[in-house]
Write a protein that binds this ligand. Sequence first.
Ligand code: CP
Length: 354
Amino acid sequence: MLPSAALSAVATSSTTGGSRSLLSVSSLAVQDVSAILRLATLLEGEEPVARALRLARRRVALLFYESSTRTRTSFELAAKGLGADTALISSQSSSIEKGESLKDTGITLRALGAECIILRHLSSGAPYLLARATGLPVLNAGDGMHEHPSQALLDLRTMLSALNRPEDTAGETLLAGITVCIVGDILHSRVARSNALLLPRLGARVVLSGPPALLPDLAQELGPGLTIERDFDRALKQSQIVMMLRIQKERLTGVHIDLDEYTARYQLHRERLRTSGPQAIVMHPGPMIRGLEITSDVADGPQSVIEQQVRNGVAIRMALIHRALEPAVQPGPGRKSAPVRGAKRSPAKKRGDV
Ligand code: CP
């Protein structure tokens, strides 16, 4: 786990796109989290033609230095759903292959009219560099072992829905009384880090479970509201939600894991779920390695909300892109609609606006 204080300190700086960027969950006040949840719900429920006027012809660049299925596709669908034009740049088929730096790539995209850049990068902190170099709002789509803030937000939306909890209660109590168990390769997981930083601020207890090689004792120091329980069954018995993580083989350099032993102790299988978490909600950010950290019957079973997590990615990412490009237009508490900038409104639409 890397120290995040230095990165967080610049997260809201005007040189990194200010509050329009999302580089870390630490830069979000709980009121911001609530506003994003409300905006996601508002945009998701909006009539698609009206929604596509919101960011019509605005330019969003998706800059991906690492593979992605869920994050890339949902950010792209989200931007298109709001009417924006998108450009996808991946490291394999661009001048990045020829050695162009992140800074120069960002400046080039800005010169081509990009107004917001969504970045996935293998290096922790890369989104901060890009935001500073371009002055554009940057949305962190996963940076190395650091953070994956939009994943934590879509996870939160999924949890609230699965728990049947309203999203419009005070942010600090959204998850009051709930214990979330995060299991597996915590050390390399930006998803674990973003969730561990966010969920306790919303009232949840977070229990981390895994072997020392993948979950150092130091992880508990990441923030308040975190405990380590190495016995997965004991952790699961305390939890309403269990979030399984993949072992990130691509980041395992120097770490040796006995997979048979790991599977015996940390796999979520039907018998373990029946015994230790018969009511637990099962989550996984993906990609899953079926048969390793989770069995297929559990992943596809009635307690799983893994597909809902993926679906919630589009709504949350619409809210984040909207916030990045139209920060002045945010729904207030209880607001049923937000005005569409520059759109010609029908009388009915006018009546709906507050
Ligand atoms: N959860 C997640 O980040 O998945 P992808 O790597 O497919 O985007």
